[in-house]
Design a protein around this ligand. Structure first.
Ligand SMILES: [Fe+2]
Length: 255
């Protein structure tokens, strides 16, 4: 199993505070069935800057520790990039890491409660450069929950999306869980990832999420999500979903 979003690097963001904690999280990942993990520290989110060169170096050092402790996890350098006005400059300066080595898939984060007004233009600029944004955890973005059409538009233009495994199994509450299911139903989900942090009540839920996906949507979805993750990390093309709109009456009432 491949995990394309986690905060396992020690001492770089709000993920793991120390190497001991990182090794514990890595053990948890392996126990949950994960073989490959893209390490995605926050970048340019207003608090954390994790530059490309540093992340590559830290990922190599972490791999050495994993090997030394006989933890069978292969890690790759990545970033969870917050959408921001300096993103194109950062790309020009070669300071952005992608999910794949060829620079095709970008793990793109929005603020928790907003989708900035320049998002549409930024996505256009990225796609002009041959970059495909993967919108991370849209199911937890309160603006998208109120106005799911925002995500629908982005996916219709060829963006992808990553649902956090914990969201789908209920770790972030009923509303997020229900919205996750609606997104999957509407073809608005491409992959699961852990978004693992070292936080109380936050556990690896990838196996649980895939089991639930199998129960609720069938094995075709399980194999498509798995295949998508593999294609993304390899920089290969994947088949776009037939994206439908989410009916959001429930969310209008709730918010
Ligand atoms: Fe994250």
């Amino acid at each position: 199993m491949i995990d394309l979003h986690c905060h396992l690097l020690p001492g770089v963001d709000d993920g793991s505070k120390s190497m001991d904690i990182s090794l514990k999280l890595a053990n948890d990942a392996v126990r949950d069935g994960i073989d490959y993990a893209l390490l995605t520290p926050h970048h340019m989110n207003g608090v954390y800057l994790n530059h490309k060169k540093a992340v590559i170096q830290q990922t190599q050092e972490f791999q050495v520790e994993l090997d030394r402790h006989k933890i069978s996890l292969k890690v790759f350098p990545g970033q969870e990039v917050r959408i921001n006005g300096d993103l194109l400059t950062a790309l020009d300066q070669d300071d952005i890491l992608f999910a794949d080595e060829s620079g095709r898939y970008l793990m793109l984060e929005f603020p928790d409660d907003d989708v900035p007004s320049y998002t549409s233009n930024m996505v256009y600029e990225l796609m002009q450069r041959g970059i495909i944004p993967i919108i991370v955890h849209p199911e937890r973005n309160t603006r998208i929950m109120k106005r799911p059409d925002i995500l629908y538009e982005l996916l219709s233009r060829g963006c992808l999306s990553q649902i956090t495994a914990g969201s789908y199994v209920g770790a972030f509450g009923h509303k997020v869980q229900k919205f996750s299911k609606q997104l999957i139903q509407a073809g608005q989900a491409y992959i699961f990832a852990s978004d693992a942090h070292n936080l109380p009540n936050r556990r690896y839920e990838m196996t649980n999420a895939f089991s639930k996906l199998d129960r609720e949507f069938g094995y075709d979805y399980v194999s498509r999500f798995s295949e998508n993750a593999k294609r993304i990390i390899n920089g290969d093309s994947l088949k776009l979903n037939d994206v439908k709109k989410v009916k959001n009456r429930l969310f209008r009432e709730l918010y």
